[in-house]
Design a protein around this ligand. Structure first.
Ligand code: GLN
Length: 237
């Protein structure tokens, strides 16, 4: 693996960096266009304020290399404002940023009173019997954890390579993270999904987690919890 570039013009980038530190995964803050070098093989777009982030993406020149990264099909993970930056269209805002995620997203979707709350839900598609279920405290198969605990289901068949890293035995699209803690801070939800998108999480009938190939997007903030599974899933892409 290379290095995860974390967009660091505004918002909750430090929390993502701390999460990756805990997983032993290298990262680099992206503050200027020059920061996006050849070592970067995946990108995190953190929560924050999407309008501000959008302006700073343009001002720093980081918009173009990140857009090219996404267009090349390389992994990108957007949380909250990051999901807004990825969306094809926003329901209540004329701006479009990367436009790569085939979804229509509503900003500040929960209103002021309900803007911040916590919930628990499964993350991932349970399509078919082949789905690997990863319980809280377990590691995602395919993620190179230094000290992986046992995982259940088909993941038990995955093979350890000579570096001690767990090889991917199943398509990660079929990974289900049981009982993931969801933290919402004036977050968006997804008003409409296109056919390319797999719904990963819904809360009260609202879509709040998506997967589209190597694009992961959550309306909630896994970096503000101590649950590393979505970051592991991202690092396994
Ligand atoms: N409400 C913010 C926006 O629209 C997103 C909130 C967040 O990232 N916590 O940009």
């Amino acid at each position: 693996h290379g290095v995860t570039g974390i967009l660091a013009v505004q918002g909750a980038f430090a929390e993502h960096a701390a999460m990756l530190d805990g997983l032993g995964a290298p990262w680099k803050l992206l503050r200027a266009a020059e920061d996006f070098d050849d070592s970067i093989d995946r990108v995190i777009l953190p929560g924050g304020e999407s309008t501000t982030q959008g302006k700073l993406l343009r001002a720093t020149g980081l918009f173009e290399p990140i857009a090219a990264h996404i267009a090349a099909g390389k992994p990108v993970f957007g949380t909250c404002a990051g999901m807004i930056l990825l969306a094809r269209r926003l329901e209540n805002d004329p701006n479009v940023y990367f436009g790569a995620l085939d979804a229509v997203v509503r900003r500040n979707a929960y209103g002021r009173q309900l803007g911040s709350f916590a919930a628990t839900a499964d993350f991932g598609s349970a399509a078919g019997d082949s789905a690997v279920v990863v319980a809280p405290g377990e590691h995602v198969p395919g993620f190179a954890a230094p000290s992986s605990k046992a995982v259940s289901g088909a993941a038990a068949d995955s093979v350890r390579n000579p570096d001690g890293h767990t090889a991917v035995g199943v398509p990660s699209a079929d990974v289900v993270l049981k009982d993931f803690p969801l933290v919402f801070i004036r977050g968006p939800f997804v008003a409409e999904v296109g056919s390319a998108v797999t719904v990963a999480t819904s809360v009260d009938g609202n879509v709040v987690g998506l997967r589209q190939g190597n694009i992961l997007a959550t309306a909630f903030h896994p970096e503000l919890t101590d649950d590393t599974r979505i970051h592991e899933l991202f690092l396994s892409l």
